[in-house]
Each structure stands twice: as C-alpha cells, then as structure tokens.
Ligand binder design. Sequence first.
Ligand code: DGT
Ligand code: CA
Ligand code: CA
Length: 600
Amino acid sequence: MDIQFRIANFFVTVRYRIYGPPNSYRFNAMHVVNADIEEIFRKVADLLDIQNANPFRIRAYRNAAVTIGRMSGNVADMVARQEDLTELPGIGADLSKKILEIVETGRLRYLDTLEKNAGASFSELMDIPGLGPRKVRALYDALGTRNIDELEAAAREGEISSVPGFGEKTEQNILKEISRLRERSRRLTWHAARQAAAPLVDYMRGYDEIRQVEIAGSFRRCRATVGDLDLLVSCRRGADAISHFTGYDDVSDILSSGTTRSSVVLRSGLQVDLRVIPQVSWGAALLYFTGSKQHNISVRKRAISRGLKINEYGVFRDHERIAGRSEKEVYASLGLPFIPPEIREDRGEIDAAEQQKLPSLVRLEDIRGDLHMHTTATDGHNSIREMAEAEKKRGYDHIAITEHSRHVRIAHGLDTEELERHIEEIDSVNEEVEGITVLKGVEVDILEDGSLDLPDTVLQQLDIVICAVHYQFNLSEKEQTRRIIRAMEHPLTQILAHPTGRLLSQRDPYEVDMEQIMNVARQTGCVLELNAAPERLDLNEIHCRMAKEHGVRVSIDSDAHAISDLEYMAYGINQARRGWLEPADVINTRPLGEMLKLLK
Ligand code: DGT
Ligand code: CA
Ligand code: CA
C-alpha cells in the first residue's frame, strides 16, 4: 500500500467535497497521524541509503521517524496549535518544515523526487524483511527488479539464486516474506487502529440522535493487530446515523451505504463497517460482532443444545425473544456469566465460564511499577527525574531505569564507566524525589554466544538486570534457543525482555523454542517480559498463557523512551488479559518489597 497515495487521494477527495477547488483549500490538521509521518521519513532514509547519500542525513531521517513514531500525542495537533516542532528531539528547522508539508498536504515532495530519481519502487522492496538498501540495489543492478511483482517473478524463475551473495535459501525466503508481507500489510497495530477509531467514536457520539456507540470486532477483543473496525450504533432512524457516518471528514471512500449498514475506507486505508442496531438487540449484536467467529460458533452450539436459537438480534425460544438487550443478559440466558471480550477466542473460555472458573484478569489499576524504560542517557527523550515524577503521578511505587548496554550502538548503549556514572545519578534522583523508588537497571545485550555485554562486576551493582536479543535474529531455532537459555541461566539476569523479538508489521519473531524457554524460566526463576510497546506486544497472548501454565511469572513493561510512552502499559495489560493473566501472575502488580522477592 502506498501511504503517500492513500493520503493524497484522501486529500483530493476531501478538498473537492468540502472546500471546493484546491486553491481555496485550507488544511485540516486532524487527518495526518504520526504513523504516516514516520513511514514517510523512514522511506526517505531508505531511499537516501540506496543512493549512497551522506550517512549523517540518513541517520537524521531515521531518528526523526523513531521520535515521531513513539510519540503518543498527535504531531498534527501540535501543528494545529502552532507549536514549535523543533522542540521535539532530533527535529531541526528543515525536518520541521517537512513535517508541516506532510501535515498540510499529505505528501512530501522530496520523497516523490527521490522515488522518481530512483526509477523504481525501492521503498516497497525494502518492506521485505532481510532486504536492506544494499541488497535491493544489488538485485536491481543484476536483474533490474524494480518492484515486488518483478522480484516475485524473478524468485519463481530461480534467477535470484544466481546473483552473487544470494543463495537458494534466500530466494525461498524472499518468496515466503512476500506472501507474509501481503498478509501483514492488510492489518494495523491496535495502537494505529485506536488513533483512527477514537476520533471517529467521538464524532459519532457527538451526534444527538445516536444513543449508543461501540467498536466491536478484533478491536474490542484487543487483538495486537486489527483488520478492520466493526462499528455499532443505535439510533432512532438508521438513515440519519448512516449519513452522519459517511459525512465524516476522514472518509476517503464509501464502499456501500444503505439504511442500516454502511462500509467506508478511512484515509489511513482502514475499513470501517457500520451497523445500526435496534436497542432490543444491542447486546446480541455486540456479542455477535465482537466475535471471535470461533467464539460465536461455540456460543451458538451451546444455545442449540439448550433448545434455543441465537443470532445478532437476540436469543429466541421458538419465536419469543428471551434475551438481547445486553451481553450480560445474552450470556445469562445461556447459563453463563459475562465473558470478557479479550478472551473470546474459543480457547476454553466457555467451559471455564460454565464452571465459574473464569480468570480474574489483571487490570491497569493493579499495576504498581514499571521495570523497563530508557532516558536521555541513551535513546530516550526524558530524564530519570522526569520519568520518575510522571510514574509517581500514575500511582506507581517503583520504576526501573534500564538503559541499553554498549553493544546497541544505534541507541548509544552505555559502557561500564558510563553506567557507573548513571548509577550515581539514579542515587541522587532517589534522594530528591519522594514517594517512588527508582531502581538501577540495565537492558544488557545477549551476545551471539549467549554471554552478556557487560562484566559481572558492573551487573552486580544493579537492582535489575534485563537481558535482550537485539541482533543476529536469523540463527537457527536450536542456536537461538541455546543462546537465550545461556543468558537466562546467568546468575545475574532476572528478566528476559521481549522474548521473541517480533515487530508487528515489520519483522516476524525469531525462531526460538518457547517450550524450552518456559522450562528454563521456571527452573531459574527468570521472569519473562511482556513488552507493551504497541509494535512489540511480546510475549504474545499464547505465550502469556503458556507462562501461566508453566508457573512462570511475567513482568509487563512499557519500554518507554519518553514520558508519553508510559501509557503503553495499557496495551500490555490488554495483551496480558488476552493471555488469561491474573494479578498474581504479574510481578509488577506487587509493591516494591514483594516484587523484589520474586526476582531471582
Ligand atoms: P479482523 O477484522 O480481521 O481483525 O477480525 P474480526 O474478528 O474483527 O473479524 P470481522 O471484522 O471479519 O468480523 C467481526 C465479527 O463478526 C467477528 O469477530 C465475528 C462476527 N462474524 C463475522 N463473520 C462471521 C461468520 O461468518 N460467522 C460468525 N459466527 N460470526 C461472524
Ligand atoms: Ca474487524
Ligand atoms: Ca468487519
């Protein structure tokens, strides 16, 4: 999907529809989301890289992309409020002007120029994992492959394996990744979906005639990625709701529009299906459209076995509606308590409900600390003190500052001496700030052989040692597993960060035997992290549940690089709930003293 095309297309539609011809158009800053700017900057960096541009310039765009991607406030809102963008870290006058251009026009002419100069869709090719700027260039030089279709054709013909530096394995990988890419690019992260969903829900709620508004589907179940939004409303006259809906500013395409349902595509490419629901059916419809499909099927089986019929209009005995207004009522009519949307995946929740054994899922209010974050000492944007003050406001009683170790050069990882200075700074913040304890931590790199990137003498001075894999993702499953296990068995490591390394819509998890990791975690007392960054959510829900079953404890951490990222904790909670985790399974639901006792 070409982001610039999507954005520009939207602007053309809206310009003409609302504002008349382009000249009279004044931008409406609402519509460009941070992810759009991030993606454009990332593409600029990649294209500059292919063209062997100045590394400093390339780095500037990459850093800007990261900065903007990690912000939870909207850059477009800052523009609307005429705030100074150069206040953002790494954004100078030139980048600030480019951001303005993107927010105002939905495009960056500079990117167009770079693409045009290249004469090929290099940016599209670089979306394929394993293909960086150099390899894309090499393939282009050898085979003339200019886009994904041409690359796929070349791979099928076996031409890629004949290019020096590319073997048959790479060729097969490219084919595999192309099909994964096509699958992935259809889904957004939950975070990105929320950025589109929240203003839409507000807009619908703002319409007097509408009584209830809810987003159902995978979004309500808090899946890590969302295919489309399923919006339900109740309204006296369906047609009013539909015309209000299709009149929403962010709509780029109306796919269908009737009297009780309509589908549109938002400017971000996200499809929204709206259904107008009669109030007597609200609960039945909410349950049906929340899904999952498999959960619905099991619910229907249960209804049938009790001589009932269930559909999106209600639960019926013969022709009499016996339930439908609320989900609670619908479940009750089937002899079940309310089942939280996050676990409606047909993974045993109906049996558990039947036996009154549903888990008491962990909630955001249960969290007392956050054990993984970065500050200005490495690649973060706020100081130790600022992070501590912000977390104190959240009511936490402890946090851990966990900078990168030296191996992660891109993130300015600390060496031994720098870390020791950093420890002193944390000590002094602890003296100044009351009501919250700042633990001294590190996110130490697991080197290729499974050893750690800092000497034991340094690690011993810390309260929390988190270990993590940040490179060499493509080892075999056996090697990767052995590498990680060695790090977990190190007497000083306490937490394994983002255990599978996945980056949603960018990188698949590395190959690792999670069953073995779980066993070693139990034996050693190593805690597994549920990294709550929206593009990670790693452990995933299946692994959370596995951890619980293995008696392995989980730590839900924001991995914040700025104060605004601290809210990622909520995304981690969503995922933990999907994995059936209860407060007792999560170490940072405990006050500091108890939490420390759970660390090895
Ligand atoms: P997504 O959009 O791919 O992230 O996933 P969902 O779960 O939102 O799926 P979607 O949008 O296709 O449909 C929304 C809900 O509607 C789904 O979770 C369950 C319900 N649903 C859709 N199609 C069927 C069906 O054929 N049978 C049943 N029982 N339920 C369905
Ligand atoms: Ca959906
Ligand atoms: Ca749908």
